[in-house]
Design a protein around this ligand. Structure first.
Ligand SMILES: [Zn+2]
Length: 61
């Protein structure tokens, strides 16, 4: 478990669904001590794909 990451990224107590999706995406890349809830998986994958496309599309130059 990546304790430093967890200390730097607490889950907000009243996180919106979008915030939870973003948290789990970052968590899966930084730590992965537990899998994301299956109900959020499709949205996490969508967000990940959007970020990849943004980079490939030349948003960062
Ligand atoms: Zn973790």
């Amino acid at each position: 478990m990546n304790r430093d990451w967890h200390e730097a990224h607490p889950i907000p107590p009243k996180a919106t669904r979008r915030q939870r999706v973003e948290w789990h995406l970052a968590h899966s890349q930084a730590c992965g001590c537990r899998p994301p809830p299956p109900s959020l998986l499709p949205e996490i994958r969508d967000l990940e794909r959007q970020r990849l496309l943004a980079v490939e599309g030349g948003a960062i130059r």
